[in-house]
Ligand binder design. Sequence first.
Ligand SMILES: NC(=O)c1ccc[n+]([C@@H]2O[C@H](COP(=O)([O-])OP(=O)(O)OC[C@H]3O[C@@H](n4cnc5c(N)ncnc54)[C@H](O)[C@@H]3O)[C@@H](O)[C@H]2O)c1
Length: 266
Amino acid sequence: MNPFNGRVAVITGGAGGIGFGMAEAFAARGAKIALADLDEPGMAARAETLRGRGVEVLCVRTDVTDRKSVDALADAVWSRFGAAHLVCNNAGIAIAGPLLQMTPDDWRLTMDIDFWGVVHGTYAFVPRMIEQKQGGHLLNTASMAGLVGMSWLGTYCAAKFAVVGFTESLRRELEPHGIGVSVLCPMIVATDITANSLRMRGQEVPKSETPAQPPSAAMKGGVIAVEDVTKRVVAAIENKDFYILTHPEQREFLRRRAARLEEACP
Ligand SMILES: NC(=O)c1ccc[n+]([C@@H]2O[C@H](COP(=O)([O-])OP(=O)(O)OC[C@H]3O[C@@H](n4cnc5c(N)ncnc54)[C@H](O)[C@@H]3O)[C@@H](O)[C@H]2O)c1
């Protein structure tokens, strides 16, 4: 079965960046789209772009940190489209800085959005997807920071490692229900995540910093375009691949981590 044509895709963090890139890629393959984000004007503008291409789009202001808000999103999706098939828990922020300088608020915000947002999306959608018996696919956005610990990205790494662990477990449990599961683990992608994350914390965006800056120089690797990520995402959903990696540089970092673990075995 074509995983996109005539299917309903829900994307949190869909007002821009990787989320909107996924919306465009799924819509181009015939999917109906539900965008969910805190950024209402951003979502409305993006929805108009899609509607101009003849795509059916629903926008729902959603705060992924709030389970009730994500449940209301699911209600809105079922009431508009009668189903959901492709759910992308993608909303996220990145707070960079030395771990010992991270405040309890930094920790809470990161975990609330990057980890609990994924959990809320899963609990709001997956039981209904199982019940509707039409298969489908769940994609949780983690990061390379969810596979390898990095200095200056400690809170982000903790949240994204949690997303990877949660999603690895979920994959095993959803297999019997015919629901595919993937975890997206990119390195640096050209989006406005740094500026958006500063704004989210009520901080000024430094003028010297271009909005497309990566979360931190701590993550060493090339910067790729959103379209490069979405090509990988589409292929992974078609092939039912679990890990979605995006940069060739990842191989060496992952190999070294695996070697360190292997060496530690008694
Ligand atoms: N850009 C990168 O280099 C990179 C690398 C690895 C992983 N990621 C992950 O990709 C995902 C998308 O990030 P992006 O780079 O496209 O950034 P982005 O800032 O362009 O998109 C994130 C979106 O999430 C939304 N959002 C934030 N908090 C929210 C909340 N509480 N409820 C609903 N929506 C909320 C924002 O408004 C924004 O539209 C994130 O999970 C991020 O951690 C990004």
